[in-house]
Design a protein around this ligand. Structure first.
Ligand SMILES: NC(=O)C1=CN([C@@H]2O[C@H](COP(=O)(O)OP(=O)(O)OC[C@H]3O[C@@H](n4cnc5c(N)ncnc54)[C@H](O)[C@@H]3O)[C@@H](O)[C@H]2O)C=CC1
Ligand SMILES: O=C(CO)COP(=O)(O)O
Length: 389
């Protein structure tokens, strides 16, 4: 059996195993960047395939902009291509670009949030009071919300601000590869809420699998929203560190060292501030170590940091020059993490995260990265008897 036949067979088996629901779910994706458009494509392919579960039409909210005198939404809806953020990829015709945020979201049963996380607060405040009370959400964002009260997951932020249950989707998922339908895995995390209405009436793990799983995009659904979200947010900070050593020309050993320290700090951060997150999520799930590896190999964060090292430009300048309006989320996340760790006096316990912040925001030298992350605690360096003579 060919690989393509095997994939089609998997898809058919999945279709048969999904029970119909009373009222098919309407799905809206909030966001239309590189990943936002890719996930919209994934979702729209599945809603077209599974009318017993989903309304065929998927709305994708687009932060409207003009491209050569024409609205981006009009281009997407006529050419079926997001020419700015996902050029060269054909989008399904049941995916509708919608510039009206409330209009796109108000009838949705499932809201998929997928915007650079610095824009989330404004979007959520515009949605307050305008969505279905029993809607459910999945956050594909990578980052944290930090204020004087603490560090919060973005799914928790959505839950608190909108009063709806929210899970997370994260994995080793560089958008251009998923968009081209190259095989990858992802992790969806969702906890059934207290007001769960029952199978066939509400969103559960099977519904989420049916919404996101594609022959080329394999989904594992788990409960650990915190583990998935912490790993997704922090690997972007580690990727900046990898970009610095790569840009300095130090090679693969240096990058591996940064990833080793980074994985340790990710797990420690998760255990310290989200103790209900599971350690195995960090090394067994796509959202854990696999996302760390792919992002440090070829993501936008690593590219931006490499450019900084090679040109001496700032993070913002490098992002602007390289990404054509896309966002390297590690730039925001390293600041959020620093602010949180500083407020609780724990920056010393996360030397890599702190070093990345110091390089991006305080002008620290990239060359000193190895010394900054060297943990000398407990190491007894022998001193020669007559060293000072
Ligand atoms: N691109 C990727 O490979 C992956 C990205 N992610 C995560 O998904 C989230 C979304 O990323 P992308 O879709 O790649 O976005 P992106 O990095 O492509 O950002 C561009 C998007 O931001 C929008 N935007 C610009 N200014 C805005 C404003 N003031 N208000 C609202 N929106 C505005 C643009 O219209 C565009 O849709 C991020 O948290 C990212 O870390 C997760 C997995 C893969
Ligand atoms: O999250 C990602 C891959 O899973 C994408 O990482 P970048 O934003 O660094 O491209």
């Amino acid at each position: 059996m060919s690989a393509a036949d095997r994939l089609n067979q998997t898809s058919e088996i999945l279709n048969e195993s999904f029970q119909p629901v009373e009222n098919p779910f309407k799905v809206t994706v909030i966001g239309s960047g590189n990943w936002g458009t890719t996930i919209s494509k994934v979702v729209a392919e599945n809603t077209a395939l599974r009318p017993h579960l989903f309304v065929r039409r998927v709305d994708m909210w687009v932060f409207e902009e003009m491209i050569d005198g024409q609205k981006l939404t009009e281009i997407i809806n006529t050419k079926h291509e997001n020419v700015k953020y996902l050029p060269g990829i054909e989008l399904p015709d049941n995916l509708v670009a919608n510039p009206d945020l409330v209009g796109a979201a108000k009838d949705a049963d499932i809201l998929v949030f997928n915007v650079p996380h610095q824009f989330l607060p404004r979007i959520v405040s515009q949605l307050q009071g305008h969505i279905k009370k029993d809607a459910r959400a999945i956050s594909c964002l990578k980052g944290f919300d930090v204020d004087k009260d603490g560090v919060r997951l973005l799914s928790t932020y959505v839950e608190e601000k909108l009063g709806i249950a929210c899970g997370a989707l994260s994995g080793a998922n560089l958008a251009p590869e998923v968009a081209k339908e190259n095989w990858s895995e992802t992790t969806v995390a969702y906890k059934l809420p207290k007001d769960f209405k029952g199978q066939g009436k509400d969103v559960d793990h099977a519904v989420l699998k049916a919404l996101f799983h594609r022959p080329y995009f394999h989904v594992n659904v788990i409960d650990d929203v915190a583990g998935v979200s912490v790993a997704g947010a922090l690997k972007n900070v580690v990727a900046l560190g990898c970009g610095f050593v790569e840009g300095l020309g130090w090679g693969n050993n240096a990058s591996a060292a940064i990833q080793r320290v980074g994985l340790g700090e990710i797990i420690k951060f998760g255990q310290m501030f989200f103790p209900h997150s599971k350690v195995e999520t960090y090394y067994q799930e796509s959202a854990g170590v696999a996302d760390l590896i792919t992002t440090c190999s070829g993501g936008r964060n690593v590219r931006v940091a490499t450019h900084m090292a090679q040109t001496g430009k700032t993070a913002e300048e490098s992002e602007k020059e390289l990404l054509n309006g896309q966002s390297a989320q590690g730039i925001h996340t390293c600041k959020e993490v620093h602010e949180w760790l500083a407020s609780c006096g724990k920056t010393d316990e996360f030397p890599l995260f702190e070093a990345v912040y110091q390089i991006v925001y305080e002008g620290a030298s990239m060359e000193t990265l190895p010394d900054m992350i060297e943990d000398l605690e407990g190491v007894n360096i022998p001193v020669a008897k007559h060293a000072n003579k």
